[in-house]
Design a protein. Structure first.
Lengths: 264, 326
């Protein structure tokens, strides 16, 4: 069984808002490499991929990432999680890809790797939050896709998938191959890699694909949406800090304030 | 002059709030661009949502009614929506980016060869140029996007629109679409559907929410929040950290992943205010933060701040309110 997990290198979502600036020339945030991290849902997907591999004799995990050289950091992290192989896909002409273009390129990358029974992605990356790559890849590959998945259980030829639903959850059965977009859950909290695995990760080989290595459709590599303008919003609210000296005084104060809202 | 087709979801014979948001957005877009609004309903029911959709601004409603569509099934819904999309000749396919929308937008757009844009909150027109507005970087910024393809599939961010106001005097045409289910498209099969019994009030619909985070230190703290919420006629929510720790079930999660909420009062207890959490409470009216860390980002969003250990505040607050409210 081949499990592919798609990773994304994103601006740290917890960057202090006052340091967050959009460069008007590029419409992108001004950021240094140190502000970049592995997207957190992608990290949940990576953890789940490794757990599934460890339960399945003969299974392997390949981590793939579309990005320039700086994004190899996330693939090193995948190796530290004990992923078996890592692939980085990049072409200097890909400046303004959208989720659909990324979905097309990643689908072609997976085909180039000989396919996969399970394809896992984070459900929505914390930078642009499109939530498109998983369903688009599935459509490109002609296979089913389940979104907002918190857990997977493998049977002989199908997967039982726990999906978030309105007011609860559903368990859905799907044959492989299939794409799953992963959300965080108690069962997929990312591990703390062992020091030995972090050290070994540094020297493992990363395969690099460029546009010419893949059978790409030129039209599908063009973005369907173009960011014309981005602007930072100042959302800071003037917060009134209660003045009480201890919890009890503040509870009295808060009671009055809440009643004054006239909604209770 | 664009033709806008809205996929309106129904729940128990009436339109969902997501559908009403999409209809409101579509009507606004149509009057700004001189376009028309049509809607499509998919399911197995008396399709009473169709007259509701007309009252909310649709001039034509397509209904796809089939026993196989009684429960949501991703492949069949994609298939039937594509059929209606082509039949209608629409340029814009608009739907709520809710639980179902998250399955559908990418698949529909790729299949049609359309542009796809999600989490849209607004649009702008400049002459004949139309751009779509949506938050980016965890709501720290907004982006204006143009599209490059003749057709576009648009997912509207939940809770970002006023609901369409129905006007029963409006008239429109209802067209029943013949749809034959081809069994071979069905790949995913529902095994079991679990409704959570833990919370009677849906977080999305709650007027008052008391949420707990990592600062509660364990599941026990949620008992206090539950008593306070019940007293105020509200419900309990949680941050991702509290859900991931297994203190409360994940369907209580408020934020970008979990519920996007818009209560009148949101009390955040021991929640630091990670951006993905704040993205879920953008439309909360009054936010109260109780946290020991005065530097926590939640205080940048809160209207009222209490810098204290929640254990010294919540039980007493509950007692005080009980005297007034009960």
């Amino acid at each position: 069984m081949h499990i592919v997990v798609c990773l994304k290198h994103v601006l740290d979502p917890e960057i202090t808002p006052r340091y967050f600036q959009i460069n008007p020339k590029t419409n992108r945030p001004d950021s240094g490499d140190s502000d970049m991290v592995l997207d957190s849902f992608a990290e949940n997907a990576l953890e789940l991929a490794i757990q599934l591999r460890d339960k399945t004799p003969g299974a392997t995990v390949t981590a793939i990432c579309l990005g320039d050289e700086s994004s190899e950091e996330v693939l090193r992290r995948a190796f530290a999680f004990t992923a078996n192989a890592a692939v980085r896909v990049w072409d200097s002409e890909w400046e303004n890809l959208d989720g659909q273009a990324v979905g097309h390129i990643l689908a072609q990358t997976i085909k180039n790797l000989g396919g996969a029974e399970l394809v896992l992605t984070g459900y929505q990356a914390s930078d642009i939050e499109e939530g498109l790559v998983g369903p688009v890849m599935a459509e490109e590959l002609g296979i089913p896709c389940l979104t907002l998945v918190s857990d997977l259980e493998l049977d002989d030829d199908s997967v039982k998938s726990t999906c978030e639903a309105e007011g609860g959850y559903t368990v859905v059965s799907v044959p492989f191959p299939a794409v799953f977009t992963i959300i965080s859950a108690e069962t997929n909290v990312p591990r703390l890699p062992k020091v030995k695995d972090i050290r070994l990760a540094k020297s493992k080989p990363i395969t690099i694909f460029e546009a010419e290595d893949l059978e790409l459709d030129k039209v599908r590599c063009q973005p369907g949406v173009i960011l014309e303008r981005a602007f930072v919003l100042n959302r800071d609210v003037n917060c009134e800090i209660l003045s009480g000296n201890d919890g009890s005084e503040m509870a009295v104060e808060l009671t009055e304030k809440l009643l004054a809202l006239k909604i209770l | 002059m664009s033709k806008i087709l809205i996929y309106a979801t129904q729940q128990e014979d009436s339109l969902t709030s997501g559908a009403k948001e999409a209809l409101a957005f579509g009507s606004r877009l149509a009057s700004a661009t001189g376009g028309s609004v049509e809607a499509v309903l998919v399911g197995h029911s008396n399709m009473s949502g169709a007259t509701e959709a007309i009252a909310c601004g649709a001039s034509k409603v397509y209904t796809v009614n089939n026993p196989m569509l009684a429960e949501y099934q991703v492949e069949l819904f994609v298939d039937s929506l594509l059929k209606v999309f082509y039949q209608s000749g629409a340029d814009v396919l608009l739907l709520s980016f809710d639980r179902i929308g998250k399955d559908l937008v990418g698949r529909l757009a790729t299949s049609i060869g359309a542009s796809a844009i999600t989490e849209v909150t607004d649009f702008r027109t400049e002459g004949t140029k139309l751009t779509w507005v949506r938050p980016i970087y965890g709501d720290k910024a907004y982006g204006e996007y143009s599209t490059t393809r003749p057709k576009v599939v648009v997912g509207i961010r939940k809770k970002s629109q006023e609901l369409a106001v129905p006007d029963s005097k409006r008239t429109g045409e209802i067209i029943s679409v013949d749809y034959t289910v081809s069994e071979e498209v069905v790949l995913t099969k529902l095994v079991v559907k679990i409704q959570s019994a833990l919370s009677d009030i849906r977080l999305e619909d709650a007027h008052i929410i008391v949420s707990g985070g990592r600062g509660l230190g364990g599941p026990e703290g949620f008992q206090d929040l539950q008593s306070l919420a019940e007293l105020m006629g509200g419900t309990v929510g949680a941050s991702r950290a509290a859900c991931d720790a297994g203190w409360v079930p994940s369907n209580l999660q408020v934020g970008q992943t979990g519920a996007v909420v818009a209560p009148d009062l949101y009390i955040a207890v021991g929640i630091s205010g990670a951006s993905q959490h704040l993205a879920g409470i953008t439309n909360a009216k009054t936010v109260v933060a109780i946290n020991t860390d005065s530097e926590a980002p939640i205080f940048k969003r809160a209207n009222l701040g209490v810098i204290a250990d929640y254990k010294t505040v919540i039980p007493e607050l509950t007692e005080k309110l009980k005297k007034v409210l009960v």
